[in-house]
Design a protein around this ligand. Structure first.
Ligand SMILES: Cc1ncc(COP(=O)(O)O)c(C=O)c1O
Length: 436
């Protein structure tokens, strides 16, 4: 299948240099396990699990069968005062994986929707507690919290913000945690826990009862993999507790085994009040996101409404879509029966070593990583980010798919990967990087 240039025109690709892409399109036609196949028949190893989605490998027949069966049985029902068993079952399964206490789950269709849902939950919770003056939100420089207007406002990446007006008011950004002292250090760096005290300064700036929630990616993924310094998340948790601020972990990338536990909250031993999730929840086979909250947050919001009326005026036509729930249940079963989170944990040492071995190349600026997630940052060319884009195209042509952000290649193989797959991914990357 070769698409003529004019057939490419109507589709406006997201987060893409459309003009270059349409001059030289790179299209996939098939996927299986660790591999994609391009329309030209090239076999391309997947170094980023799609977009951190396909942790159990591509085209799992169990998931495809479950979705097909669901679509032939009950293709759609709204979740507004209606329901289907799969939605409740999925929420129960997710609640078994989240840290104890985060046992109520609101479903949506993406990570961006999960983040904007979490913002609304935070405001509704404080309103229900008669603390509606908590109108400030806190996130971090270099954060990525999706593309809806709430998440864009939380975002700390300038390109994702600058074209979109003033965004929502009252968002304060903590400094990011990428420090020279932690350069090329595997895992959690030793420097930087004190950066959490920025939150204390915000409390002192706006008032003790003015901040509703702090949004943190336990590992900031999309900006290029920033692993939290040792002690940092604990300090954020402690300040949140002291001042009644909700702590939201945005685990859209970290969730479902990426750090070797179901959620990064468990890997890092810090329990937030709310977790946002998406991506690997369905292995990428259906769009789905979710927000897990502490039971008392759910009960507080419900309890503030009179009996007999809707308690939370929020939801999506496709919240808990039957096909998405079928995909999620099949995916979570695979994770369990194949013990994939444990497998991720066991493979992560080998993976991290292989990625960190790239640091001898002259073009490398930094290497960062934890679990089955790593960022390889190259020194910028004339324009920051251009080299990363060029590298991504080059790698595709050599048989490796990776996500790049700016000048960082983000590696996140599926948990079914063998050591040989890790070797292949890092080998192709090394060959390409050697040319700089
Ligand atoms: C931490 C985080 N939050 C939110 C999102 C947005 O998710 P989606 O693209 O599904 O809207 C992403 C996507 O990469 C993410 O990494």
């Amino acid at each position: 299948m070769n698409l003529a240039a004019e057939t490419l025109e109507s589709h406006w690709l997201p987060f893409t240099d459309n003009r270059s892409f349409k001059r030289e399109p790179r299209l996939f036609v098939r996927a299986e396990g660790m591999y994609y196949w391009s329309e030209r028949g090239a076999k391309i190893i997947d170094g980023s699990s799609g977009l951190f989605t396909s942790a159990a490998g591509h085209c799992r027949p169990e998931i495809a069968r479950a979705v097909a069966t669901q679509l032939q049985t009950l293709d759609y029902t709204s979740s507004f005062s209606r329901g289907h068993a799969g939605a409740f079952e999925t929420a129960n399964r997710v609640a078994q994986l989240t840290p104890a206490g985060l046992d109520h789950v609101f479903f949506c269709n993406s990570g961006s929707e999960a983040v904007d849902t979490a913002i609304k939950i935070a405001f509704a919770y404080h309103l229900a507690r008669n603390e509606a003056q908590r109108t400030y939100l806190v996130s971090r420089e270099r954060a990525y919290h999706g593309v809806n207007i709430g998440g864009t406002s939380l975002s700390g990446m300038v390109k994702n913000r600058e074209a979109f007006g003033a965004l929502i008011p009252g968002v304060l950004h903590l400094r990011h945690t990428q420090l020279p002292a932690n350069r090329c250090k595997p895992g959690m760096g030793d420097s930087g826990a004190e950066l959490a005290d920025d939150l204390l300064r915000f409390v002192q700036l706006v008032g003790e009862k003015r901040i509703a929630a702090v949004f943190i990616e336990p590992i900031a993924g999309s900006c290029g993999v920033l692993v939290p310094p040792r002690g940092y998340l604990e300090r954020i948790r402690e300040i949140c507790d002291r001042f009644g601020i909700l702590l939201v972990f945005d685990e859209v990338i970290c969730g479902f085994g990426r750090t070797g536990a179901p959620f990064a909250a468990q890997s890092f031993g810090v329990v937030p009040d709310v977790i946002t999730m998406a991506k690997a929840l369905t292995n990428g086979a259906q769009p789905m996101g979710g927000v897990a909250v502490r039971g008392d947050i759910y009960r507080t919001i419900l309890g503030a409404a009179p009996q007999g009326v809707t308690e939370f005026f929020h939801g999506y036509t496709y919240s808990a879509h039957p096909a998405a729930c079928a995909a999620a249940l099949a995916t979570l079963k695979i994770y369990e029966t194949e013990r994939l989170f444990q497998r991720a944990r066991e493979l992560s040492g080998y993976f991290q070593e292989a990625v960190f071995a790239l640091q001898d190349l002259p073009v490398i600026a930094d290497v960062r990583g934890y679990g089955m997630l790593a960022g390889v940052e190259v020194k910028p060319g004339k324009v920051p980010g251009a080299r990363g884009g060029e590298l991504q195209a080059k790698l595709f042509d050599r048989g490796l798919h990776v996500k790049t952000t700016g000048d960082v290649a983000i590696l996140a193989p599926a948990f079914i990967a063998a050591r040989a797959d890790v070797d292949q991914i890092c080998g192709i990357l090394r060959d390409a990087l050697r040319e700089y």
